[in-house]
Design a protein. Structure first.
Lengths: 309, 309
């Protein structure tokens, strides 16, 4: 195999109660990447379409992730990477994670899979470190593994993949406002009450239990964030209305996607997820706030091969 | 049915990461109770063997739980309760919970089961309120339902039962020291760091995932308490040694049972659990600290009927 074309999916991190530990993989929203073996050693980003991002490998998340991987696997050749961005940077649905995850997945395929998919997460995390300053895994893990992922621990890295109940759909609306990750981080408090933390880990447990038992109502009841959402949601205009109308229209639950500004809802069945999309859209229509909206099944496989040569 | 004799089991609450939300039910450690219908209305505690506890119904946890239940189910008759305590008060393995759970379970049987077992938890919690000042459910829920239980939420009460992997065994050692629940509560801090809370809810998620997938190693990796154990364990002499020797001898993990002073370990297989028991015992033998030790499979049913008439 000399060339591979892949689809690298968008992801939703945090999922209300699971701040910094939970994420899920979307199915029909994502970037495409073409990666080619080259006689020249190292990593080159040769083209980026759809976004104004640096071509220098050391300054590009895909390049940094790929270089981290090649530090652990010596080759006599190198790789050229073309990136076709569909996920907007700063949307809160894992734009940088898609690039990082796609790069290491594609190169691993071209190398004949020396690494297990799970082992690729640590390399992709280096791209996240470049993008946000912290090597978080809650977007790259679901992008690579698919389904839902739980980061049980960062030290050592311990990732559990959880298959999605088959009728679960996500609706994601991205209001076209700028919300810097640094601002979304700065509203967080370093200390929280033990009482609120107990509520939160009860819900994390409930969400995991709901996923294993296909208990959609339990999933819905557990999609509650006692700690981060109250602080961050004020940065997203119309958040409460969008969330409430999603639930009123049948969503199991809703919350901030990643660090925002996108808002996600989970629903049982495609029809409900589409009704929820309509209802969420109306709120931003009335506010005359431009947005993008997506309805997606949960992607159970993560990054996919489109073609290879 | 006029009379019922039941076995009401001991329980382990918290389970390291799951402070205030997780518990499990033990199999061969517990109290016995005999409950009889009586022409006289109300609740009477007629005998208590094995413990010096109040006979007045309003001051006895079994009486208070039973009265809470009868507030929701009017009868023309009443109940006499005999209690045979085997679980020592203040041991940290749910002594008061066994009495409360047993009382409401037995009366529900004698009434022809007007309540679902899950609905009995709220009544038994009133006994816990008398015992410790807070109506917690993390011992009464596993005592009534068996297996592992997760209290996803207290308001509204939302309890999820999780079946135990079949090879899971608990070892519990009870050093004969007095550790007041109020002292165990007073060392807790009202505020914790967000960072430690994230570690904790990652582990709660991991433990739940491990239980559903029979992943014993994952269960072990998740039995870690970032928040409460470091503060409480100093109140239990020899705690670190007992915990370390348990893990060194094959236990998946170990921690404080409830608010202590009992220390529990979980192991895969009876033989390992018994080896762990020997190793834990040695620590207290060398400290010349008297103790009781138990090895038990996880009880998947909760309170059991021994006989009825």
């Amino acid at each position: 195999m000399k060339e591979i074309k892949i689809f690298s999916p968008a992801t939703i991190a945090n999922l209300s109660c699971g701040f910094d530990v939970l994420g899920l993989c979307l199915d029909n929203i994502g970037d495409e990447m073409i990666i080619r073996k080259s006689d020249e050693k190292g990593i080159r980003i040769t083209k980026i379409f759809g976004a104004d991002l640096p071509l220098e490998a050391e300054k590009n998340v895909a390049g940094v992730a790929a270089l981290a991987m090649l530090n652990h696997w010596q080759t006599d050749f190198g790789f050229d990477i073309e990136i076709y961005k569909n996920i907007k940077a700063g949307s809160g649905i894992g734009s940088s994670a898609a690039s990082s995850a796609g790069a290491v997945f594609g190169i691993n395929e071209l190398l004949g899979r020396p690494f297990e998919t799970k082992d690729l997460v640590q390399f992709a995390m280096q791209g996240e470190k470049l993008a946000s300053g912290s090597a978080h895994a809650d977007n790259v893990a679901p992008a690579l593994l698919g389904g839902f992922t739980l980061i049980r621990s960062y030290d050592p890295l311990d990732i559990i993949k959880i298959n999605s109940p088959s009728e679960l759909y996500a609706t994601v609306i991205h209001p076209q406002i700028e919300l810097k990750t640094s601002d979304a981080r700065s509203v967080l408090k370093q200390n929280i009450t033990l009482k609120s933390a107990i509520v939160q880990w009860g819900n994390v447990g409930g969400l995991i239990a709901g996923l294993y038992t296909n208990d959609y109502d339990l999933i819905g009841r557990s999609l509650h964030d006692e700690i981060v959402e109250p602080l961050r949601s004020v940065l997203i205009p119309g958040f409460d209305q969008v969330k409430n109308t999603a639930i009123h229209n049948g969503a199991l639950g809703a919350g901030i996607s990643g660090s925002g500004p996108s808002i996600f809802a989970l629903s049982r069945g495609k029809e409900t997820a589409e009704n929820v999309a309509l209802a969420m859209s109306k709120v931003f229509d009335e506010m005359k706030l431009p947005y993008e909206i997506h309805v997606s099944q949960i992607n159970s496989n993560g990054v996919k091969i489109i073609s290879h040569d």
